[in-house]
Design a protein around this ligand. Sequence first.
Ligand code: ADP
Ligand code: MG
Length: 255
Amino acid sequence: MNPQLATQLRHLRLSGMAEALPVRLEQARSSPLAHLEFLELLVGDELARRADRLFARRLKQAGIVQVKELSDFDFTFNTKIPRARLVELATARFVASHQGVLLIGPPGIGKTHAAVAIAVGAIRAGYRARLRSVFDLAQDFLEAEASGERRALVDALTRVDLLVLEDFGMKKLGPSAAEDLLEIFVRRHESASTLITTNRPTEDWGQFLGDVPAATAILDRFLAHAELIQMQGKSYRLHQRARSAAHGPDSRPSA
Ligand code: ADP
Ligand code: MG
């Protein structure tokens, strides 16, 4: 292969083509390809690589370190978990219609797994997502406050197509963080999707927001329109632990 060609392709930002070229040339030698077919394959390689990169970038922006899929979720373990509704959410149609979702259930039931799978579904559908636990969020607000970037943080959390707030009600926010969070809620309401996971009854949320005036009213508005999904059953986390204690640390739960 002409090494200059590879350089030129990279120069044109066609590194997917440059990378695939040796293999495609080999393929063309072993089973003759029409010129057009050859070009189509290379263009396809470039597009596939761009899509992969965009997906990786969006996952990173979303704060998703480990991808989880509903196909890895064992729905036979807790049979009351509404499979069809979670699968529907992972198609991201609810993001298009700016719907809110509340996943509520005890620790270890798979709320984070489901929330990540739904966010991954939204990213695949071309949306931007952001996943933060309230613990992260409390830290984000503190840091933003200290560096004078509070406005930028509020804007970023307002703009994203799907905001996933995990473990709602598990950590008390300071008054200014609570107010910022409420502003984010108000601005997203009916214009962008928010998915909340929690193991706390919604009555406790006021406390988490430091009983900021209007908190209840705003959250009630969210809850009035949100799809409520109850995840009931046993903790898969404890089940995993019991299994690895019984079979050694290398054992994996059967999917
Ligand atoms: P929660 O957020 O509700 O506390 P997680 O989603 O963190 O629970 O689940 C704990 C662990 O168990 C994770 O590794 C998750 O992938 C796994 N898990 C939970 N439920 C299931 C399930 N039904 N099938 C497969 N893995 C599960
Ligand atoms: Mg969780």
